[in-house]
Ligand binder design. Structure first.
Ligand SMILES: NC(=O)c1ccc[n+]([C@@H]2O[C@H](COP(=O)([O-])OP(=O)(O)OC[C@H]3O[C@@H](n4cnc5c(N)ncnc54)[C@H](OP(=O)(O)O)[C@@H]3O)[C@@H](O)[C@H]2O)c1
Length: 432
């Protein structure tokens, strides 16, 4: 047997942190895949008194039983504490161990340090399960799509908010009941605010932007919100148009090469692939030069779907796979754009809750008994620099195809029509 051949069959001895939804799922999945030649030697958990569906001898509460064990060459980190997870991942790499992690919060908050650690230690850190759980989106962005050709990405990356929106709008479930069900089914984060206020989706978007465009950014640099202010009124307005509402993470390359990126609720037309994504599923639409649109779809949360991506990372370690971060290190990394406009729908209770001066123009006003709404165009920087649109139950939702690079031409057209005495009833709004 050649060295290379025997290398491919090296034994992976795993130390795992966490035995919750994902950890226990992985334990069961590994038992069903003996051909992988990977076995869990030790599992570190927090609470020694909890009953576990695995032999007691496997468990410890002492992290050094894993981190200092020379026989363990892979650390799988699937805990729900981002600070502890960073400590575990960085110590493991320093101690010569590869790391597989599912913790998007930890990765998003520590990306520069984790990039540095991977470069310095030469150890691999894989985290396919941290974004879109079962969908192999990171490895595809990393290996398949060239930076220059990747025009845009639009994605539903948070299974629990998508589950809540689906149950609320299709089954008319009350928001709280829908959230409770998401938690019971193991889709929601231990802290639900991470999901519903958009933090979880943003965290995933942070490192997907690194693999797609070489952008290394922090959560504070991005325009985002979640579904916390969406009202059943909005669902009625959307339904009148035959549209749905989704929490969409997106990135689009502008003509100057910069990338506009944000995570916001959006009105989605039925011809958009994302309208097909219901319940806890995730979906990613990638638009690239010559290939047009491609659509990735699959389970974005849950025990076995998430464990299957962790398993795939473990399996990739057998052939020494590591992310190269090609777009960051081997291409000219893209920069985040801050000069673009968005077409938005905005519903509210009181006129005073909305900063109308922030809009470039407002093209539709509607006042109904229960609530009012408008459709208008606003500079992204005006949204990033203010909070009125997240407060007082104001619900701001992007229109389909919301991004405008420049508004000069539209402004000119509006002006000349006005001069000609023609009243504008439509343009880029809901009516078009
Ligand atoms: N659930 C999903 O669908 C999903 C999908 C993708 C990614 N993820 C990510 O995967 C990770 C785990 O999620 P989960 O849903 O499996 O969480 P979970 O069910 O709440 O389980 C968390 C586990 O972490 C353990 N733990 C917490 N702090 C620890 C520490 N300092 N040292 C050792 N163990 C510790 C807990 O120990 P005890 O058992 O003793 O309490 C528990 O076993 C999170 O980062 C999450 O964001 C989850």
């Amino acid at each position: 047997m050649s060295d290379q051949h025997s290398y491919h069959h090296q034994q992976l001895t795993i130390g795992m942190f966490g035995f919750g939804v994902v950890g226990e799922g992985l334990y069961q999945v590994l038992q069903k895949t003996p051909s992988l030649k990977a076995h869990i030697k030790t599992v570190c958990i927090k609470n020694p008194d909890k009953k576990r569906n695995a032999p007691a001898a496997l468990f410890t509460t002492d992290k050094d039983k894993i981190l200092q064990d020379p026989e363990i060459n892979v650390v799988v980190e699937v805990i729900d504490d981002a600070d502890a997870a960073f400590d575990i991942a960085s110590t493991a790499m320093r101690n010569g161990k590869h790391v597989v992690s599912a913790s998007k919060k930890m990765i998003a908050e520590n990306l520069p340090a984790l990039l540095d650690l991977q470069a310095k230690t030469g150890k691999s850190m894989l985290y396919e399960s941290a974004a879109c759980a079962s969908i192999p989106v990171i490895r595809n962005l990393e290996e398949y799509y060239d930076n220059d050709l990747l025009h845009s990405m639009q994605a539903i990356v948070n299974g629990s908010t998508n589950y809540i929106l689906t149950r609320m709008f299709e089954d008319k479930l009350d928001y709280r009941d829908a959230l409770l069900q998401a938690q019971q089914l193991g889709f929601a984060e231990s802290n639900p605010a991470l999901d519903v206020e958009g933090y979880d989706a943003l965290n995933k978007w942070i490192f997907l932007l690194t693999h797609a465009y070489g952008i290394v950014s922090s959560p504070a640099e991005h325009l985002f919100t979640g579904i916390q202010n969406i009202q059943s009124f909005d669902a009625i307005v959307a339904a009148e148009k035959g549209w749905s509402i989704k929490l969409v993470a997106q990135a689009q390359k502008l003509s100057d090469g910069k990338v506009a990126a944000f995570v916001l609720p959006q009105l989605v037309k039925p011809d958009n692939h994302l309208s097909f994504v219901r319940h806890e599923n995730n979906g990613v639409v990638i638009e690239s030069g010559f290939a047009d649109k491609q659509f990735f779809y699959g389970k974005g949360a849950g025990s076995f779907p998430t464990a299957s991506a962790v398993l795939s990372d473990i399996s990739a370690l057998r052939y020494d796979y590591a992310y190269e971060y090609k777009k960051l290190y081997h291409h000219q990394p893209a920069k985040l754009a801050d000069n673009y406009y968005l077409r938005v729908y905005c519903s509210f209770n009181l006129m005073t809750d909305v900063q109308r001066d922030d809009f470039e123009w407002i093209e539709e006003w509607h006042a109904r008994e229960e609530r009012k709404y408008l459709v208008g165009v606003i500079h992204a920087g005006k949204l990033a620099g203010s909070t009125w649109w997240k407060e007082n139950q104001v619900s701001l939702i992007l229109l389909p195809d919301p991004l405008m690079e420049s508004i000069d031409l539209v402004k000119l057209k509006r002006k000349s029509l006005e001069l000609a005495g023609i009243q504008l009833h439509h343009g880029y709004g809901m009516g078009s």
